[in-house]
Design a protein around this ligand. Sequence first.
Ligand SMILES: *Cc1c(COP(=O)(O)O)cnc(C)c1O
Length: 418
Amino acid sequence: MAVFNFSPELVELSEKAMEMCRPRFAELDRMADFNGQRVLKAFIDNKISDIHMKGTNGYGYGDDGRDKLDAVFAQILGAEDALVRHNFVNGTHAITTALFGLLRPGDLMLSVTGEPYDTIQGVISGERIGSLKDFGVKFDKVDLLPDGTPDYEGIKARAGSCKMAYIQRSRGYSLRPSLTIEVIGKICESVRSVNPDCIIMTDNCYGELVEEVEPTAVGSDIIVGSLIKNLGGGIAETGGYIAGRKDLVELCAYRLTTPGAGKEVGASLNQLRGMYLGIFHAPEAVCAALKTSVFAAALFQLMGYEAFPKYDEKRTDIIAALKLGGEKQLIAFCEGIQSGSPVDSFATPEPWDMPGYDSQVIMAAGAFTMGASIELSADAPLREPYAVWLQGGLTFPTGKAGIMLAAQSMLDKGLAKI
Ligand SMILES: *Cc1c(COP(=O)(O)O)cnc(C)c1O
C-alpha cells in the first residue's frame, strides 16, 4: 500500500532505519508518558475549568484564566512562577524582555556558552537601536571548548563579577552539541562556586519537555522560550514564556507591561484556549518531533551522511542537523521537505539573502502557524559546513513522510545514492 511514489530502495532503507530507531522510540514514548502525566496533573492541581479558557478584553484586570495558565506552566516547568503571554511576538522578544527586566546599567551579562543565538546578538550589542549596550549593560562571553563542551575552568575564572550568567541550551545554527540538563547543572555549579548570588538565565528554546526536568531543577533561576516551538504544541497561535524565581519573573513582568502593574494587567483576548490546549498537546508533539529527528538521523546516516546528534545519541532538544555536502544537496533536501508540507506543498523554496547572514539561506516551511518550528521545517545556510538544520513534525507519520520526500528529492536529482 503506497501513498507516495518512493523508490523501492528508499522504502527498504527506511524500514531498516525504523528498526534501528525502535529502542530509541520506546524511550521517547516513556518520556511522553511521564511528561503527559505531569501536564495533566498540573491542570488537575490548578483546578482548570471552562471559564479559564474565555479570556478578557480591555485592561484585563482579574483575568483568572491568564493567571491560572501562568500557574500551570510554572508547575510543569518546575518554577515558582511564570509569565505566559501571547504578547511575546517571538522567542527573541521573550528573551529580550527578561534581559532588560533583570539587568541594569553597569551590570555585566556573561554568556557562558559562547556567542548567543543570532537574533540575540543585536539585542546585546546593536548600535543605537536601544540595545543593552546602549543602556550601559556590559557583555562578555566564555567560549565553548573546541569540542563544543563548556569551559568550566574559564567560567570559574570569569563569572565572579557578573550580574547574570547566560546559558543557551540548544545548538542554534552550529554543530556544537546541545546542552543536556546534566551539563547545564554542572555549568550552574561552576558559576555558583564563584558567584552564589548572580542570576543564571537559560535560553530554553527547543528544549522543553525533551527531558524529565527543565534547567530550573539544576540551578537556573530563569528560563525562557517560544510558544511556536515546543510548549505551544503546534496549537498556540503565538506567544512566549518566562519562568523561574518569583521575584525575577515579577521584574520581567514590570518590563513587559509597566513597573508596578506587571502581571496584573494585559487582556488575554481569545488566546487562552489555544495556549491551554497547546501545552496539553505539547508532550505528544515534542515526542513526534523527536521521533522525526531520530528517524531523519538514522535514514541519512544509512545513506552515508553525518548527523548531529547521531540517531542513538541522547537528545536534549528537537533539532537535527545533517551534513549533506553541498549547495545542490541542501536545496534538493529543502525542496523535498516543502513538497511534504500540509500547507504550501506546491511552493518551491529558494535561497535568499537573509539579513545577518554572510551567505544565502534556504528555508522549507509549510506550517499551519507561520514560522512554527514545532512543525516540520528545515533551514540551511548555503556555506560550509553545508548542513541543514531541521526540526519539528507535529505527528510522526507526517514527519517521517516529509523526511522520506526530502531523501527522494535528492535521489531523483542524482544528488544522493542508496
Ligand atoms: C528559536 C530560538 C530563539 C528565538 O527565536 P525566535 O525566532 O525569535 O522565536 C532563541 N534561541 C534559540 C537557541 C532558538 O533556537
